[in-house]
Structure formats: C-alpha cells, structure tokens
Write a protein that binds this ligand. Structure first.
Ligand code: NAD
Ligand code: UDP
Length: 328
C-alpha cells in the first residue's frame, strides 16, 4: 500500500510488556507512528495506558502466532514471555510464540519490505562454558529441559531470521539481550530483581536460589532501549547477532545485599533450591555493540535499583494478570 505519511510506521510486538512499553514511549517521543500488538499474556494495558489517545500510538490485541496484515516500515519483534514463571506456564505456546511468531513477522517484513529487529536472548548461550559470552559462541543448551521451550524457541527464531536474510534478502537485526530490569517489570513474574525488591519492600525473606554464587549482569531498561534504536538505525549490512547488556557482573547474593541496602529493608536472606538448568554465570562481551552502535550502558546497578525501587514502592504496578496465569 502506498505510504501517505512522513512518519515512520513502526510495529512493536509485545509492546505492552516491560521492554516493549518503554520502546513504544521512545518511538512515540521520536515522532514515529507506533502500532503496539500484544495478546496481554504477560504484559498489561496499564504499561501503555498513558499512550492511549496519543495520535502517534495505536494498540492492537493480537497473538503473533497468527498472521498480521498491516503496512509498516520497521518491526521490533519482542512478543514472547520472558520470565521463567511465564514461559514455563504454557511451554508449547512459548515455542509457538517464538517460532510461529518469527515466521509471521518475517513474512510481514518480506511483504512490506520492512526492516525487522528481533529480541533474542543471552539464553541462546545456555549455561555457558565461555566467559564472558561473545557472539561467536554457539552455546551450551539443554534441548529437553524446563527452560528449553524458551531457549530453543529463541534459537530457532534466530535460525529463521538468518534464513530469511539468506533466502529472501530481508533486512534483519538480531539483539541478544542480557538480563534487563527497571520500572514496569511485572511484580509477580519471579525474575530476580522484581522478586527481591517486592520481598524487601514487604519485609519478607529474600529468596536466594542455590548458594547465590551464580552471576548475572544487569542492564537498566533505558540503556537497552537506546541500544535497540541504535541497532535498528545501523546500515543494512549489519545484522548482528549483537550482545546488548551491561557487562558489570554480580553474584545473586551481591544483588540481594544491594536491594536490602537500597530499600533500607530488614528482610533476611533465605536460601532455596536452585531451579533446574539455572545458568551459573552470565556476562556479555559488548565489544561489538560498542563498535557498531557507539553504545555502552550508562546507568550503574545502584542507580538503576533506586529508580526501580521507587517505581515498585510507589505502588505503580501493572494490574496482575493472575487470571491468565491461574488458567481461570
Ligand atoms: P514481558 O513478558 O514483559 O513482555 C513480553 C510481551 O509479549 C508481553 O506484553 C506479552 O503479553 C507479549 N506476548 C507474549 N506472547 C505473545 C503472543 N503470542 N502474541 C503477542 N504478544 C505476546 O517481557 P520483556 O522482559 O519485556 O521481554 C520482551 C522481549 O525481550 C521478549 O522477547 C524476551 O524474550 C526478550 N528478552 C528480555 C530480557 C529481559 O531481561 N527483560 C532478556 C532477554 C530477552
Ligand atoms: N533467583 C533467585 N531468587 C529469586 C529469583 C531468581 O535467586 O527469587 C535467581 C535465579 O535462580 C537465577 C538468577 O536469580 O540464578 C536470575 O533469575 P531470573 O529468573 O531473573 O533470570 P534468568 O535466570 O532467566 O537469567
């Protein structure tokens, strides 16, 4: 269809989720016409309520496992539950979302000649035997475990992106995102930052899984969104995959202590069993992102935690999707 607007038309799948809603904010602020498509499985309308009524923003209830016929210039494909609790709730649907969702969005990109960016993940590397992880590492992933629906779904989606590139010359960008946190994380999604903050604010025990010596590297959401937009703007020759994350690595026990210190909580730390296939260490090598995007994270963990704590503390939390999660 002939384009009659000067504004870039951008589709964000999973736009009502944690990262998607921040991306919609950024794109609307940049003057784009934003179409947010979401089935509200793990995201909520509350995350994008402030954008409703803005002439640059449109919300569509849509499940990406079904085809979508719209006219767009760019696609950010974020639709997929991201926390272990959410993606393990209906693992078959999780794989379908990654694989069928990728096929549908790539088909849309093919028809409209849109540029398409995929939100892949550090889970591609599984429980890594290379540290820090570089993009040329192929990973160490259990194909039949509880996390496999997410990890293997995302790996297959990457395959599809590169095959559509080779076969149909699509303009693709693949971002491998490492643990990202910030306001609008779902308070009940079980991810470590939101869990610890919720527990600390309630004075409840902080649940450290295993001995807490496993590591993660935490990126503040604003830094990540900046990297997304920079990645989409790179030349068509640059496809990624590119690691996006904050290379500052912390043990989970260190994170627990930082959350306690930043909330002033009197919560005690308790140790619980480590979930199966829980990666022992994770730290991105971001040399490629630095070189290609002229980007590196700016927000240190203490500062990011303070901002996230103030969001959770203010009670500005999304309405909990427990109806979906309890299957009722
Ligand atoms: P999120 O759960 O908050 O957002 C995902 C969004 O996708 C939700 O709004 C959900 O309702 C929607 N969704 C799920 N299945 C869908 C479907 N079939 N059709 C349409 N919408 C669907 O998670 P997030 O943290 O914002 O993650 C966004 C993307 O980034 C995901 O693809 C995730 O795998 C990836 N990612 C996130 C992180 C992180 O640390 N936040 C790390 C690595 C990768
Ligand atoms: N974790 C924890 N306590 C919690 C939630 C998570 O110790 O209440 C640990 C979890 O076992 C993992 C790390 O924190 O080692 C990060 O977990 P998350 O689910 O946030 O992300 P992922 O494992 O997908 O990186």
């Amino acid at each position: 269809m002939k384009k009659i607007t000067n504004h870039k038309r951008v589709l964000v799948t999973g736009g009502a989720g944690f990262l998607g809603s921040h991306l919609c904010d950024r794109l609307v602020a940049d003057g784009c016409d934003v179409l947010c498509a979401d089935n509200f499985f793990s995201g909520t309308k509350d995350n994008i309520a402030h954008l409703i009524g803005n002439p640059r923003f449109e919300l569509l209830r849509h499940d990406v496992t079904f085809p979508l016929y719209v006219e767009v210039d760019e696609i950010y494909n974020l639709a997929c539950p991201a926390s272990p609790i959410h993606y393990q709730y209906d693992p078959v649907q999780t794989t379908k979302t990654s694989v069928h969702g990728a096929i549908n969005m790539l088909g849309l990109a093919k028809r409209t000649k849109a540029k398409i960016l995929h939100a892949s993940t550090s889970e591609i590397y599984g429980d890594p035997t290379v540290h820090p992880q570089t993009e040329d590492y192929w990973g160490h992933v259990n194909p039949i475990g509880l996390r496999s629906c997410y990890d293997e779904g995302k790996r297959c989606a990457e395959t599809l992106f590169f095959d559509y590139r080779r076969q149909h010359k699509l303009r693709i960008k693949v971002a491998r995102i490492f643990n990202t946190y910030g306001p609008r994380m779902h308070p009940n999604d079980g991810r470590v930052v939101s869990n610890f903050i919720e527990q600390a604010l309630k004075g409840a025990p902080i649940t450290v899984y295993g001995d807490g010596k496993q590591t993660r590297s935490f990126c503040y959401v604003d830094d990540l969104i900046d990297a997304f937009v920079r990645l989409m703007a790179t030349s068509d020759d640059f496809t990624g995959p590119v690691n996006l994350g904050n290379p500052q690595e912390f043990t989970i026990l260190e994170l627990a202590r930082k959350v306690i210190a930043n909330t002033g909580s009197r919560s005690e730390i308790v140790f619980k069993p480590l979930p199966s296939d829980d990666p022992m260490q994770r730290q991105p090598d971001i040399s490629l992102a630095k070189q290609m995007l002229q980007w590196e994270p700016k927000v240190a963990l203490n500062e990011g935690l303070r901002r996230t704590i103030s969001y959770f503390g203010a009670g500005r939390r999304p309405a909990v999707n427990d109806l979906v999660l309890s299957g009722s």
